[in-house]
Design a binder for this molecule. Structure first.
Ligand code: TYM
Length: 342
């Protein structure tokens, strides 16, 4: 069976971008593949963070995965830091990753510019090597993510190929290994729509956890009133009717796309339904669709978080299964790189 892995950082609240760009696709694809979903707590410390919040956010993020429909009878759900091999492999990979590759990363440039010199730790630069480790440890075939992770996935592929070339094949065989490739080279799965959900207050910037204004995003756990209020105040335009794909109407395209994904309709159906609508009517429509879609998720979230033993059990079992796969890969890498066996 082909394998698929993905994860979300436990920073801030999970929003519609995370859901439509990634988590919703995990659910749609989890029956087709063997899946592992992790909460990347080690990535969450790459910018200044609140120690009092980290553990809670990690659990809450796990609860959101389950509430959104991740099926623990099929998928392994676990916390990144609970499987030590992630950090260990990262060190090995970082020896084969030129600094120049990391300096080119758009997210590193953006985040370090915003954070200011004092707050830019080495880990912010090496962040994508840890991400490569998350993926390569499991010999993953596919990684469902939003558009903003595409460059990190390309880097992961390059690191995998470089390690395969440097240490795989006949060289590895001479060391007593099986020879051949060390890592499978993974492919990103980026959805045709929803891969880049934009801010509610500016159709040209992406919806993000770190944007200062909460009005710019719909969080999965927002109550009905908050959703209605955010949609009421979101940015619109004064063109007649509503349409997809008009470059002069980024907000319109974004809201129609959200409506389409949330309602489960096709683009054509939505285009037709909304072509003669005014904003007032459409805002009521999208608000109702959002509330209807998110309500059951919120109910399940409450159920899951009310029983902490259940969630702990899921995470322990997930970490156990993940560790087995991860250890096997890690042992191969140590062997191929010529380390003395323990
Ligand atoms: P993170 O936590 O920033 O985002 C989690 C997922 O949500 C997607 N996403 C979006 N999709 C559409 N529109 C948006 N506005 C939007 N904002 C976020 C992201 O693309 C992502 O899929 N580095 C990763 C986490 C990670 C990871 C991994 C992912 C660490 N290791 C291994 C996959 C595999 C991150 O910070 O995602």
């Amino acid at each position: 069976r082909k394998r698929m892995v993905s994860g979300v950082q436990p920073t801030g609240s999970i929003h519609l971008g995370n859901y439509l760009g990634a988590i919703k696709n995990w659910i749609d694809l989890q029956n087709a593949y063997e899946t592992l979903f992790f909460i990347v707590d080690l990535h969450a410390i790459t910018l200044p963070y609140e120690t009092q919040q980290l553990a809670k956010s990690t659990r809450d993020t796990a609860a959101i995965y389950l509430a959104c429909g991740v099926d623990t009878t099929k998928a392994s759900v676990f916390v990144q830091s609970h499987v030590r091999a992630h950090v260990e492999l990262m060190w090995l990979l970082s020896s084969a990753t030129p600094i120049g590759w990391l300096n080119k990363m758009i997210q590193f440039k953006e985040k370090s510019r915003k954070a200011g010199d004092e707050n830019v730790g080495v880990a912010l630069l090496t962040y994508p090597v840890l991400m490569a480790s998350d993926i390569l440890l499991y010999q993953s075939d596919f990684v469902p993510v939003g558009e903003d992770q595409k460059q990190h996935l390309e880097l992961t592929r390059e690191i995998a190929q470089r390690v395969n070339n440097l240490y795989g094949g006949r060289k590895w065989k001479k060391l007593g290994g099986r020879g051949g490739t060390i890592f499978k080279v993974p492919e990103p799965l980026i959805p045709p729509s929803g891969a880049r959900i934009m801010s509610l207050t500016d159709g040209l910037s992406k919806m993000s956890k770190s944007a200062p204004s909460d009005q710019s995003r719909i969080n999965l756990l927002d109550p009905k009133d908050a959703i209605a209020n955010k949609i009421k105040r979101c940015k619109t335009d004064s063109f007649p009717g509503l349409e997809f794909d008009n470059p002069e109407r980024p907000e319109c395209n974004n809201l129609l796309s959200i409506y389409q994904l949330i309602s489960g309709k096709t683009k054509e159906e939505v285009a037709q339904e909304c072509q003669d609508m005014n904003w007032g009517v459409f805002k009521n429509l999208i608000t109702d669709a959002l509330v209807d879609h998110l309500h059951p998720i919120q109910v399940r979230y409450e159920e899951i978080t009310s029983d902490s033993r259940y969630l702990d059990g899921v995470l322990a079992e997930g970490a156990g299964k993940a560790s087995e796969i991860a250890e096997a890969t890690l042992n191969n890498v140590y062997q191929a790189m010529g380390f003395l066996r323990r």
